[in-house]
Design a binder for this molecule. Structure first.
Ligand code: THU
Length: 138
């Protein structure tokens, strides 16, 4: 995936996330996670989990995608596809829900459903009544 990757539907975004799984650096957990974040102009920003030998320094795929997107100048986001190399669907952890909410309150999560299909869940449903200070109101 490149900075200019574009997608048009949930399954396509999920497929882009799956293609990123080999880039995950997860030697300690072996739990690879990949995320594909679609911004408001259709550009898809990649993210994978990157683990550190100092385990607490690990970054999740979702925040990796968001931070990269922000660094590229994206400010509005539509959808985020998340996949892992096992146990589906994979939902963003609490820390990622918080950070995503601060930058993308209207985000739609695109996940693999247990039956192999695609499930779409609003971030708002996963983090009701979020803590917000400097960031925009949801
Ligand atoms: N991980 C993510 O990338 N996203 C999540 O939402 C939850 C957890 C990663 C962190 C760690 O590298 C591995 O999954 C096992 O927890």
């Amino acid at each position: 995936m490149t900075d200019s990757a574009r997608t048009s539907d949930g399954p396509a975004l999920l497929a882009q996330a799956k293609a990123l799984l080999p880039r995950a650096a997860a030697p300690y957990s072996t739990f690879r996670v990949a995320a594909a974040l679609e911004d408001a102009s259709g550009v898809v920003h990649p993210g994978v989990n990157v683990e550190s030998a100092s385990l607490g320094l690990t970054i999740c795929a979702e925040r990796n995608a968001l931070f990269g997107a922000l660094a590229r100048g994206a400010t509005e986001f539509r959808r985020l596809a998340v996949v892992a190399n096992r146990s589906k669907p994979v939902l963003p952890c609490g820390a990622c829900r918080q950070v995503l909410m601060e930058h993308a309150p209207d985000l739609l999560l695109v996940l693999e459903a247990p039956d192999g299909g695609v499930e779409e869940i609003p971030l708002r449903d996963l983090l009701p009544r979020p803590f917000l200070s400097w960031s925009r109101e949801p």
